[in-house]
Design a protein around this ligand. Structure first.
Ligand code: NAD
Length: 966
């Protein structure tokens, strides 16, 4: 530990190794991974260890002994923090604590609970734990120091519990549903604890779960059965900016309830996680950015708790002697009886402090985790980080022996100094050079975002059924036929109807766009970008309304719809900036010769879009064309003309001149050929299926009479994307990532995972867990925030997917098929399907199905897995779950995909951060939202001027001055 504290690089590598170790099978794998992890930081290791590593054989007797010793070492490390694996060990551990006059609260460290079966098993284990501890506790001699306070006897058996372990679909987007489901499982636990005189404390996890945890706490304790129960508590994390308000609300509520509850005040253990998530999403950090701010807040909240100790019984959980001393002094100032404040510490930490407090007659409770090493790994790594953190009191106090004045300093004095340091640490995100920032996604764990979405859904519901004519040259054009847009979640509900363009209107639209080109092409790039920025601004204002339209028209879940609107905003901002960048001519002058390289627009673009990202893709292709100075005929998909009409409204509101963009809803087969074949069309930007994309390529290659150019065709097509899972993968994360990638939006994303290629040694356990987890995924209408899988887009899609499933049954084993229940007649639903045991060449493993259907395949080694992954005509997205640096590196090199994701889901690319697009038969390879995209919409031009006149050439500096003036 001392070595890793001195060497942060080594610390990261060693902790990563500790994290993967329990998943490794066999001596060879242990040695191999250790070498991979410490390889890059070898120089930092003590010489002896380095020498051992150099000569260590991977196999044979020595290798095996080494692996054993390594496991034993990490096991010992874990045992320092995790008290026991079984009940016998638990009894021994807590009885030993009691002999030292220390109370305990027992925590069952759990794997991430991903399925309902796991949640239910977790509940059972808790119930058994309570029963067994209470049986055993009968024999424990009462110790007044820990079993009594001034109110009377205290529960000897005290447990801590994480609510997310009781419900696999725990999600703050649906607080009411989450609360109901969690309370269902929590009630028997509370009932038993109450009957047996045990105390249950609800732990706090990440910030996103905080409000729903507090809500569940209050709701269950208001139920008649528990409304006067006092042996129950909750945690407040002082590093959260909200914590003071939460505590205040809790005290008001407890007064109303009429019975006190316990509050454990902690600083909070997820600081790195919270700040990283906030930075990634561009959300305000929920935590204080500096440690002294949290310390100061901890003292403020301690004061608050002591002032309200009759309703919120204080448990001060800290290893920081200053925080503890402050609580003692604050209690003394208030003349509170000894024991009215409880101190809590973690098992295996700050062992030097307990006896001192016990000697002072204080009650100390030890938070005592039990469980196996593998599920306990997340807990162990958190403790290791805490012990070795630069800001750890334990490290400063007990390892580095910092002076007392520093250790006990008032945090207020440190705040200023540390705020500067932390601000520097937080600046880890590199801003894009041109100031582009992704539009933050809505945080639906916040009440304000949920309320806005509910309101938008209600408002939009009142506008369903309207009609949307074509818009050509700024004029509304009525058509004989209509396209009716239907809500896939409720197939009897009409969302609206649009005009249905015919061939004549298609031609008219191209002609109008051609006329408008004359003015738009000479509009400065800055001005075009400014209009696009206004579009972004309008979409920001109409954000929830547009998302609500997507929910109804394309069956998108809240988060998916919200992300689609954010992406559309990004495209407008990004392409505008990109064009400003590209509009600066490149000069390569020599004496007597001026050379200029610059871009000019091409002409009329036709954008043909799919329905699955109904706003983002249409807006992306269109705004790129517009930014580049081309004019556009927008042809949305038949299934999503209403959202496209809303986009047209946005363009008009932003001041796009008439005819520069035209809205042409229509049936692809009817007007597609007329648009694609039109001699005045210069660019076709298409996103959709492979069959249509290739047909468009073929048609556009013709040069009919009257056409004076070769068309530029941009096609983004389908995928058959694979995620590889190797034996070192974190199985929880792999299963979670595969489920999210395969079944999110019912698998209707070009980036969706439709193949999972798993190494043989873990194939069966992976598949079993995957099936369990998929069983727990909720299917339902898109407007219901609790549903992860909604409907597929239409009847035709459903029939096609069902046919693929039938065919799959002939070539593979159906490992799971979800039951739809009563939904079957309500909309176009298809439950998740998982197939296994197919040949890699089977159609279920080769053809894009575009629905919630996943093929799981077995590979004997990584080479074979990569071979299978690359063995389709597509190359769009792909991923790997692995904790082997060598495997990750190999996949980076060898997996042929446009977007590769490592240890995360493979959907959800962001503009600029993850430019998106595939190659082979997935597309032409230039990426949407990336630095090369606009070039496809432009023609590069070189102008060379001879500036020599009768032997006289202007000086180079004069030429430069001219260039600078442009
Ligand atoms: P689709 O090919 O059926 O339709 C796409 C668009 O093409 C629609 O607007 C449609 O009206 C139009 N169209 C149909 N026939 C036409 C013709 N003959 N001429 C001109 N246009 C015609 O695709 P879809 O069902 O809307 O979308 C799903 C497909 O899109 C999937 O294959 C998916 O992988 C792909 N997709 C790819 C990307 C990507 O970036 N690579 C993104 C989203 C979707």
């Amino acid at each position: 530990m001392e070595v890793v504290m001195r060497e942060p690089g080594l610390k990261a590598q060693l902790f990563r190794f500790v994290d993967v170790l329990p998943a490794l099978d066999g001596a060879h794998s242990v040695t191999d991974h250790l070498r991979q992890y410490v390889g890059p930081v070898r120089g930092k290791l003590p010489r002896l260890i380095n020498g051992v590593l150099n000569y260590l054989p991977e196999d044979g007797w020595v290798g095996e002994r080494f692996a054993e010793v390594t496991r034993w070492g990490v096991g010992r490390l874990a045992r320092q923090f995790i008290a026991a694996t079984d009940m016998r060990g638990v009894f021994a551990a807590v009885e030993k604590l009691r002999r030292k006059r220390l109370a305990f609260t027992l925590d069952l460290v759990g794997e991430a609970v991903l399925s309902e079966a796991e949640a239910s098993a977790y509940q059972q284990r808790y119930l058994e734990l309570i029963a067994q501890l209470c049986d055993r506790g009968v024999d424990w001699k009462t110790d007044p120091l820990i079993d009594h306070d001034h109110h009377g006897p205290l529960a000897k058996v005290n447990l801590s519990l994480k609510l997310s372990s009781l419900y696999s679909q725990f999600d703050p987007i649906d607080p009411a549903g989450t609360s109901a489901a969690v309370r269902e499982r929590l009630r028997p636990i509370f009932r038993l604890a109450k009957a047996r005189g045990a105390l249950v404390n609800l732990d706090m996890e990440q910030y996103a779960f905080k409000n729903v945890t507090l809500r569940i706490f209050r709701e269950i304790l208001e139920e008649e059965e528990f409304c006067d129960w006092r042996d129950v508590g909750v945690v407040v994390q002082a590093y959260l900016r909200d914590s003071e308000r939460d505590l205040w609300e809790l005290s008001e509520w407890a007064v109303g309830r009429g019975s006190p509850v316990w509050v454990r005040l902690v600083k909070g253990a997820y600081w790195d996680y919270e700040t990283t998530i906030a930075q990634q999403n561009d959300w305000p950090a929920p935590v204080f950015t500096s440690k002294p701010q949290s310390d100061a807040n901890f003292e403020r909240l301690t004061d608050f708790l002591l002032d309200h100790h009759d309703v919120l019984r204080p448990a001060i959980a800290s290893h920081n002697v200053r925080s503890i001393a402050h609580a003692l002094a604050a209690a003394r100032v208030r003349n509170l009886p000894t024991g009215s404040v409880e101190f809590q510490m973690l098992y295996g930490m700050a062992d030097e402090i307990h006896p001192a407090l016990v000697e002072m007659g204080q009650r100390v409770r030890i938070y005592t985790p039990m469980g196996e090493l593998l599920p306990g790994m997340a807990y162990l790594v958190r403790r290791l980080l805490e012990n070795t953190s630069n800001e750890s009191f334990l490290r400063a106090g007990f390892l580095e022996h910092a002076p007392e004045e520093q250790l006990l300093m008032n945090p207020m004095e440190l705040i200023e100094r540390d705020t500067v340091a932390s601000a520097r640490k937080l600046a880890g995100t590199l801003p894009a050079p041109d100031g582009f920032v992704n539009e933050p996604l809505s945080d639906f764990s916040r009440e304000s975002a949920r309320a806005a979405m509910h309101q938008a859904l209600e408002q939009v519901a009142r506008q369903l059924g309207e009609t949307y004519p074509l818009v050509i040259g700024g004029k509304r054009v009525q058509t004989g036929g209509r396209i009716e847009s239907i809500n896939p979640s409720h197939c009897r509900q009409i969302v609206g109807s649009s005009g249905r363009a015919g061939v004549d209107q298609a031609r008219a639209a191209v002609e109008i766009a051609k006329e408008a080109f004359a003015g738009w092409r000479v509009t400065p790039a800055q001005h075009r970008a400014a209009i696009l920025s206004r579009c972004a601004e309008i979409m920001r204002r109409r954000r929830f309304e547009l998302a609500a339209w997507e929910v109804y028209e394309t069956g998108k879940q809240w988060r998916e719809a919200d992300a689609d609107v954010a992406e559309a905003i990004d495209y407008c901002e990004y392409y505008g900036r990109e064009m400003i960048r590209l509009s600066k001519p490149i000069r390569r002058d020599v004496a007597g010769e001026q050379n200029e390289y610059f871009y000019i627009p091409r002409g009329v673009a036709v954008t043909i879009a799919p329905w699955n990202f109904p706003l983002a893709i249409l807006c992306g292709m269109t705004s790129a064309a517009l930014a580049a100075g081309n004019t556009v005929v927008m042809k949305p998909a038949e299934q999503s003309p209403v959202i496209a009409a809303k986009l047209m409204e946005v363009f008009e509101q932003a001041g796009m001149p008439a005819g520069v963009v035209n809205y042409l809803p229509g049936v692809g087969e009817e007007i597609g050929p007329a648009l694609v074949g039109h001699p005045d069309v210069e660019i076709i930007a298409f996103t959709g299926s492979r069959a249509v994309g290739l047909e468009i390529q073929r048609q556009a290659a013709q040069t009919p009479a009257g056409q004076d150019h070769v068309k530029r065709v941009i096609t983004e097509m389908g995928g058959k994307n694979a995620i590889i899972v190797d034996e070192s993968a974190d199985l929880d994360e792999a299963v979670h990532g595969v489920v999210a990638s395969a079944f999110g939006y019912a698998g209707q994303k070009c980036s969706a995972c439709s193949r999972s290629i798993v190494l043989a040694s873990i194939h069966d356990s992976f598949l079993a867990r995957l099936v369990e987890v998929t069983k727990s995924v909720r299917i339902g209408p898109a407007e219901d925030p609790a549903a992860m899988v909604g409907p597929v887009i239409d009847q035709e899609a459903r029939d096609r997917i069902l046919r693929a499933i039938e065919k799959g049954k002939g070539e593979a084993d159906l490992a799971y098929a979800a039951d739809l229940g009563s939904l079957a007649n309500e909309g176009w639903y298809i439950g998740a399907h998982i197939f296994s045991g197919m040949r890699p060449t089977a159609s279920i493993a080769q053809e894009e199905i575009f629905g919630p259907v996943l093929a799981v395949m077995r590979a004997s080694d990584l080479g074979e897995a990569i071979g299978i992954a690359n063995g389709t005509p597509y190359a769009l997205t792909g991923g790997i779950y692995s904790r082997s640096p060598a495997n990750v590196e190999r996949v980076r090199r060898e997996m042929r995909v446009g977007n590769l994701y490592i240890n995360r889901k493979i959907t959800g690319a962001l503009v600029d951060r993850q430019p998106f697009g595939g190659f082979k038969l997935s597309g032409i390879g230039s990426k949407a939202g990336g630095p090369d995209y606009l070039l496809q919409f432009l023609i590069p031009k070189t102008v060379t001027e001879n500036t020599l006149r009768r032997g006289f050439a202007p000086e180079m500096s004069a030429v430069d001055a001219g260039a600078a003036g442009e």
